[in-house]
Design a protein around this ligand. Structure first.
Ligand code: DUC
Ligand code: ZN
Ligand code: ZN
Ligand code: ZN
Length: 467
């Protein structure tokens, strides 16, 4: 039996348009849009009708960078696929692309199967995977081709974290050459980890152990250098490149220069780099540990360059790099040694609201909000138009967003499984009211009505931006 849902009276906002339209949903997909008050819309009947008057009707968010249950620094990210995707739904994100990890000495297959098992039957919203390459060798390279066919069309490499995820330039070049051939997109963690480790050792030897030194040793120049090097390697290989979690103005300049040359080079930033800074890392006592992530938070001046990059399209995507660790018992592992603080910030629940706040403040337009948070990540990672838009045939992943409500972000009210908020006490205007995932209500009037296992693995095609 077919179920029909009607969303009436809202302002439909996509990356391309804003229109007062009613939206008809049938069997989990968008069936049609018609002007609000038109004869066509007036004739529609449905099993359920959602009144969206004075609200926005937007595509569900696509967060292309999360780390649920990531093993890191002798502990594991505190959100499971169950708690993390539930929190995503609360925050208006209906698709995540998480990172499966290859362990050194193991195959991609083994790593991927481990991540399929972690997520299977647990997720509240749909999910895909990128693959982290920790051990590029002949076998791995062959496996990349098969993964692209399986819908895992992007691969993350690390120029940081020697001895853990790190790949040297030769391995990076080989993986890029392979991606040039199989259509995969290389995602780069661009920081010179070899140099950083020297600075870490020297800082600790001087007794500089507080969280703020995490920001000092992970220098802007070493992000810019690695970004530049990654771009040159990608040029040599003839491969596209997506640089993750760009935090520094100098790195944005490298991306802008590459794009001006016409290269398929893309950049992502994250809410923490847009809203937080080294001031947070320097909070008194050990509080700064809450803000330890890599790339690190930067001095406040860098925020303007990132916003500018988002406006000029030198940066195209805002993802969260959601990788939460509790302050108690996890961040505390680094008391007396900042290098032992597990790296990562919670944020999957906050992204849509923080970016809407940027709309309220006039930093970006409403359509650009949807573009950087929904449409472009979907296109970048081969999910469009199934995800990232509201158009006939698309999955009915739809958020009813109230742009007027003011809310204060806090660990006391968030749904992420972590004991602090990186945005504690911050007031923003706008809030998710109702969320549909493939037509099913998962949040209804700010009550969770979804279930673990509703979300399914979503295979992806290749990047839809390559020229
Ligand atoms: N950066 C983080 O902050 N956490 C996980 C991995 C990474 O690259
Ligand atoms: Zn209207
Ligand atoms: Zn990274
Ligand atoms: Zn990450």
């Amino acid at each position: 039996m077919s179920t029909r849902t009607l969303i009436r009276g809202g302002l439909v906002v996509t990356a391309a348009d804003e229109l007062h339209a009613d939206v008809l949903i049938e069997d989990g997909r968008i069936a049609a849009l018609a002007a609000h008050g038109s004869d066509a819309a007036a004739r529609w009947t449905a099993d359920r009708t959602i009144d969206a008057t004075d609200r926005y009707v937007i595509p569900g968010g696509v967060d292309a960078h999360t780390h649920m249950e990531l093993p890191f620094g002798g502990t594991s990210a505190s959100d499971t696929f169950e708690t993390g995707t539930r929190a995503a739904a609360w925050g208006g994100t209906t698709t995540i692309v998480d990172f499966a990890v290859q362990s050194v000495g193991r195959s991609l297959r083994e790593g991927l199967d481990t991540w399929y098992a972690k997520a299977d039957g647990k997720c509240a919203v749909d999910y895909g995977f990128h693959m982290i390459l920790s051990d590029v060798n002949e076998h791995t390279l062959g496996e990349m081709d098969k993964l692209v066919e399986e819908g895992i069309s992007s691969f993350k490499l690390f120029m940081a974290y020697p001895g853990v995820f790190y790949s040297d330039d030769g391995r990076i070049l080989r993986a890029m050459q392979r991606s040039a051939h199989n259509g995969g997109l290389i995602m780069m963690h661009a920081e010179n980890g070899i140099a950083i480790d020297v600075l870490v050792e020297q800082a600790l030897a001087r007794g500089e152990t507080d969280p703020r030194y995490h920001g000092e040793v992970r220098k802007v120049l070493l992000e810019a250098e690695a970004t530049h090097r990654a771009i040159q390697l990608a040029r040599v290989a003839g491969a596209p490149l997506y640089v993750v979690h760009v935090s520094a103005e100098e790195a944005v300049r490298e991306l802008a220069a590459a794009r001006d040359m016409g290269l398929n080079v893309f950049g992502e930033t994250c809410p923490q780099y847009l809203f937080l800074s080294t001031d947070n890392l320097a909070e008194p006592g050990f509080e700064g540990a809450k803000y330890v992530c890599s790339t690190p938070l930067r001095p406040r001046e860098h925020q303007e360059a990132l916003w500018r990059g988002l406006r000029t399209n030198d940066l195209q995507v805002v993802s969260t790099d959601h990788c939460p660790f509790c302050f108690k018992g996890q961040k505390e592992l680094g008391r007396g040694d900042f290098s032992k603080i597990p790296n990562g910030l919670p944020g999957v629940e906050n992204r849509m609201d923080l970016l809407h706040q940027a709309v309220v403040e006039g930093r970006i337009s409403r359509r650009r909000w949807i573009e950087i948070a929904c449409a472009t990540p979907a296109r970048m990672f081969g999910l469009y138009p199934q995800k990232g838009t509201i158009a006939p045939g698309a999955d009915a992943d739809v958020v009813i967003y109230d742009p007027h409500v003011r809310q204060t972000l806090s660990a006391a009210t968030h749904h992420m499984n972590v004991d602090y908020s990186a945005y504690e006490g911050k007031t923003v205007t706008g809030q998710v009211e109702t969320v549909l995932s493939r037509g099913e209500p998962v949040i209804e009037q700010r009550t969770f009505t979804g279930r673990a296992g509703h979300g399914v693995f979503t295979p992806r095609s290749t990047c839809q931006y390559l020229n």
